[in-house]
Design a protein around this ligand. Structure first.
Ligand SMILES: Cc1cc2nc3c(=O)[nH]c(=O)nc-3n(C[C@H](O)[C@H](O)[C@H](O)COP(=O)(O)OP(=O)(O)OC[C@H]3O[C@@H](n4cnc5c(N)ncnc54)[C@H](O)[C@@H]3O)c2cc1C
Length: 307
C-alpha cells in the first residue's frame, strides 16, 4: 500500500480511453481508462478492490493545487496486459449545477480523466485500501457481489481473477460467484458484453444478474425489474450461495444501496452470519443508514464500499 504517496506520485501514461456502455444513450458517461504504470512502484502492485489516487493538474477556485481523488482499479491482479503493467479504472463524468448560480459544474478529476488521450501523462498515487479485496485463498469461498454504476469496477477485476480466460474455471469446489448489477436503464449496464462472455465461459460457476429499475419489462433469465436488493428470494443462485455456509458478500456503488442489501441479508436463511442486529434497531423496515456499523453491523463476511 501507498508505494507512491501523495507527496511522491508516479507519472503514468494513458494507454486507452473508451466508453464502457454498449448503448449509445446511457444516462451517464462512463469510461474505461487504462494507464501504463511500468517502471513505477505501482507496477504489479494492485489487487482488485484497491484504489489509486489521481492528482488533477491546476488549482481550485482558491488557488490551491487540486487534491487527490480516488478511483477503484477495475483490472485483475495481472493487469489489463497480463503483466501487471496496465491498470484500468471505470470513471463516471460528474456533471452538476452550481448551487447558487445554477450554471453547469463539471467535476474536476472525473472529467479530466474522461478527456485524456493515449500518451497523456497523469500523476497517480497508491495503492490504497486493504479490506475490500478477495481473501488470501479465494477458492475457499463463494461470492455474491452487489454493484451499482461504477461500483462494478472492483468486481470486474475480481471476476477476471476468479475466472481467468483460457484456464479451467475455478479450482476445486469453491469460487462460485453471482454478480447483481443494478442500473436505471439497460443502456447504462457497464461491461455488459464482457460479463456475459465471462458467464458463458464459467461453466455455470458465475451467474450475471442485471437489476434494472426504470425500464418496464426487464425480466427473464438473469433479469430483474427493480433494484439489486430485489435479488433476495428471487434469484435462486443468490439464495443458494448465501445459504452454502462459505459465502462472502461485497457491496460497491452508490451510497444508499447498503441498507437494502443488509435488510435482504438479515432476512436470508443464514441472516445472523451476515448481519448483527441490536434489539433497539427494530424491524428491518425501520432501519436507517445511520444505524449501519452501530445497531446494524455487517459481519466479517460482508464488505461495503460506497461513495
Ligand atoms: C474509495 C473510492 C473509490 C472510488 N472509485 C471511483 C470509481 O471507480 N469511479 C468513479 O467514477 N468514482 C470513484 N470514486 C469517486 C471519485 O473519487 C470522485 O469523488 C468523483 O469522480 C468526483 O470527483 P470530481 O473531481 O470529478 O468532482 P469534484 O470536482 O471533486 O466535485 C465533487 C462534488 O462537489 C460538488 N462541487 C464541488 N465544487 C463545486 C462548485 N464550485 N459548484 C457546485 N458544486 C461543486 C460537485 O457537484 C460534486 O458533488 C471513488 C471514491 C472513493 C472514496
Amino acid at each position: 500500500m501507498h508505494l507512491h504517496p501523495n507527496a511522491d506520485p508516479a507519472e503514468v501514461v494513458v494507454v486507452s480511453n473508451e466508453r464502457c456502455t454498449a448503448g449509445r444513450k446511457p444516462a451517464g458517461f462512463i469510461r474505461h481508462v487504462v494507464f501504463d504504470v511500468s517502471g513505477t512502484r505501482l507496477e504489479g502492485s494492485f489487487r482488485p478492490g484497491q484504489s489509486f489516487g489521481v492528482i488533477p493538474p491546476g488549482v481550485d477556485a482558491r488557488g490551491v493545487p487540486h487534491k487527490v481523488r480516488l478511483y477503484s482499479t477495475s483490472s485483475p491482479t495481472r493487469g489489463e496486459d497480463g503483466q501487471g503493467r496496465h491498470v484500468a479504472t471505470t470513471v463516471k463524468r460528474l456533471i452538476d449545477e452550481h448551487v447558487e448560480t445554477g450554471r453547469l459544474f463539471l467535476g474536476v478529476a472525473s472529467n479530466y480523466l474522461c478527456d485524456l488521450k493515449p500518451g497523456d501523462r497523469v500523476k497517480m498515487t497508491g495503492p490504497s485500501g486493504k479490506r475490500f479485496v478477495l481473501p488470501a485463498d479465494p477458492w475457499a469461498h463463494d461470492y455474491v457481489f452487489f454493484a451499482t454504476g461504477t461500483g462494478v469496477a472492483p468486481f470486474r477485476g475480481m471476476l477476471m481473477d476468479l475466472f481467468p480466460e483460457g484456464e479451467h474455471p475455478g479450482r476445486g469446489d469453491g469460487g462460485r460467484a453471482v454478480l447483481v448489477m443494478g442500473s436505471p436503464y439497460g443502456t447504462d449496464l457497464l461491461y455488459d458484453g464482457q460479463l456475459r462472455a465471462l458467464e458463458a465461459r464459467s461453466g455455470g460457476r458465475f451467474r450475471y444478474v442485471t437489476a434494472v429499475s426504470r425500464e418496464s419489462g426487464w425480466s427473464g433469465d438473469g433479469r430483474l425489474s427493480g433494484y439489486v436488493h430485489d435479488a433476495f428470494g428471487r434469484i435462486a443462485a443468490v439464495d443458494e450461495v448465501l445459504s452454502g455456509g462459505r459465502a462472502l458478500v461485497y457491496v460497491c456503488g452508490v451510497a444508499g444501496m447498503e441498507l437494502g442489501v443488509l435488510r435482504g441479508l438479515w432476512r436470508s436463511a443464514d441472516g445472523a452470519a451476515f448481519v448483527g442486529v441490536d434489539a433497539s434497531a427494530g424491524e428491518p423496515g425501520v432501519w436507517t443508514r445511520r444505524m449501519i456499523h452501530k445497531e446494524v453491523r455487517p459481519s466479517r463476511r460482508v464488505f461495503l464500499e460506497v461513495y
